[in-house]
Ligand binder design. Structure first.
Ligand SMILES: [Zn+2]
Length: 264
């Protein structure tokens, strides 16, 4: 039996500034919304009438969003471009990159509120310039998130959708690529800089999917690979692994999860 499941994440654009206390307050405020249909919860939460959540169909029995029984420490340092962080391998709570800079250094719109590692700024600038040359508008709507921010983010989603619902769209603390400082959530003026939702319908999303690897960025959770990645399709979430690695991955035809698994 098929069930329809709504993948969302517009919340994350605001999550960066959440303290645990404010997350709890939001969770309490939303308690009475738990019985609403999920798409209504999402619309209320994003407070956007323009961005609609994307929809994917998944098997009700596959349980592709589950974590492994045994959680292991990441086999590479968080600083390593090829570190595998997923539902089996976890970053230490203490890990934070030491070279975070404002994303706006790369000349990308809406970058002044988000931090990314300095190692990717030049390549992100090249990516943005290439997009502009193709008349594509890109903005950034999430970057580095600390372990503690991810605690609040994940707990919020659990309070709204329960553990199974949260695990499809939000990483548990230590399991988020955003803790690396090399994960970028993109958006575009085409969808009024909304995070998630209908970004997959934009020219910007198609452009990124086709070209980002040339600049070291690859999509982390592509469509149709939910049972491999453990996450719903996220058309907006890219990770920087360096130009040489991204070229090798692109040439191999592997998705990021499989490519990194081969390196860890
Ligand atoms: Zn993301």
């Amino acid at each position: 039996m098929k069930t329809t499941f709504l993948a969302v994440i517009a919340f994350l654009s605001t999550s960066l500034r959440l303290t645990p206390d404010s997350a709890i307050a939001i969770a309490q405020k939303n308690e009475d919304k738990r019985n609403l249909p999920i798409n209504q919860q999402i619309v209320e939460y994003t407070q956007s009438t323009e961005i609609k959540p994307s929809v994917i169909s998944t098997s009700n029995t596959a349980k592709w969003w589950r974590y492994t029984k045994e959680i292991k420490p990441a086999t590479r340092s968080g600083d390593d471009q090829l570190v595998l962080v997923n539902k089996e391998y976890q970053l230490p709570q203490s890990y934070a990159p030491s070279d975070l800079v404002l994303a706006s250094n790369a000349g990308i719109r809406k970058g002044s509120g988000y931090y990314l590692r300095n190692i990717l700024i030049n390549d992100l600038r090249n990516l943005v310039n290439a997009a502009v040359a193709d008349s594509i508008d890109l903005s950034i709507v999430s970057g580095y998130r600390s372990y503690n921010t991810q605690v609040a983010t994940y707990n919020h989603w659990v309070s709204i959708n329960g553990v199974d619902g949260a695990d499809k769209i939000s990483a548990r603390p230590g399991h988020s690529q955003h803790q690396l400082g090399t994960a970028v959530d993109f958006s575009s003026s085409e969808v009024a800089d909304g995070l998630g939702g209908s970004f997959y319908t934009t020219r910007a999303a198609a452009w990124l999917y086709a070209n980002s690897w040339k600049y070291g960025f690859v999509i982390s959770y592509p469509s149709g690979y939910e049972s491999t990645t453990g996450y719903s399709y996220e058309s907006w979430h890219y990770r920087y692994i360096g130009v040489a690695n991204a070229q090798e991955m692109h040439g191999s035809g592997m998705i990021l999860e499989v490519y990194l698994d081969s390196k860890n």
